[in-house]
Design a binder for this molecule. Structure first.
Ligand SMILES: Cc1cc2nc3c(=O)[nH]c(=O)nc-3n(C[C@H](O)[C@H](O)[C@H](O)COP(=O)(O)O)c2cc1C
Length: 219
């Protein structure tokens, strides 16, 4: 499966099977989390075999079940776009090695995670991780026309990037971004107000850039 197929096959999964993540897969994800923490200015840490963060009424309200592993992402609020970009890098790696995920900013026990796994920096969100009961499902999406603003020619692979951007997860599926192309130069910006739109922007940029090879994310 190439990376565009991995990107398009990912859907949010909120119910998980009671199957531990194998040591080999933990090694792959932990190595990536370490690399991100050392190189990006945000911190990523993965907690395995821990059920409390997703046992509160809040998590059940969010319809989570059986979550035993999660990725914690730390950074100040100004780093939300980076949190989105590098968090999605972990999500796509997890999908590639046969695991499922769901970004979660609200419906988990944030106080518990901060107290037990905090790292000094603010905890911005977590990503549930594990073997899903299902692979999730397609959801409603805006169209290419809805999110693009094109003047002149588009670069090679632009359409592949737009498709990957449309399959990016965004908070409450708001998809508040626009992909602007002027004479083959591409940028992606937020459009309108909403929750977690900076984090969404980083996620969308990761999908677009990884699928198309066109650089849109500035470190
Ligand atoms: C930044 C962010 C925060 C999210 N927070 C939550 C959350 O607190 N609870 C939840 O159930 N889903 C949460 N989601 C998952 C979205 O609802 C989901 O990604 C969106 O509906 C699109 O569906 P898809 O991931 O299957 O493409 C969040 C997603 C993102 C990107």
């Amino acid at each position: 499966m190439d990376v565009t197929e991995v990107i398009s096959s990912r859907h949010s999964v909120r119910q998980y099977k009671d199957i531990p993540v194998e040591e080999e897969k933990r090694g792959i994800l932990d190595a990536l989390a370490k690399e991100i923490t050392e190189e990006s200015g945000i911190s990523a840490r993965i907690v395995y075999d821990e059920e409390k963060a997703f046992s509160s009424a809040m998590a059940r309200y969010g319809s989570f079940k059986g979550v035993r592993n999660y990725i914690c992402l730390f950074g100040d609020k100004k780093s939300d776009e980076k949190i989105g970009f590098y968090g999605q890098k972990l999500v796509i790696k997890a999908q590639e090695i046969g695991l499922n995920t769901c970004w979660v900013a609200l419906t988990f026990d944030k106080g518990f995670v901060k107290k037990n796994y905090g790292e000094g920096k603010p905890l911005r969100c977590v990503i549930a991780l594990g073997y899903g009961e299902t692979q999730g499902k397609e959801r409603k999406s805006k169209t290419e026309k809805d999110v693009t603003d094109i003047k002149g020619k588009t670069p090679e692979n632009f359409d592949v990037g737009v498709k990957a951007a449309l399959s990016a997860p965004t908070a409450v599926n708001q998809q508040k971004f626009r992909i602007i192309c002027k004479d083959e130069k591409v940028s992606i910006v937020k459009s309108g107000l909403g929750f977690y739109t900076d984090m969404d922007l980083g996620i969308v940029k990761y999908n677009f850039q990884t699928a198309s090879g066109i650089k849109v994310f500035e470190e």
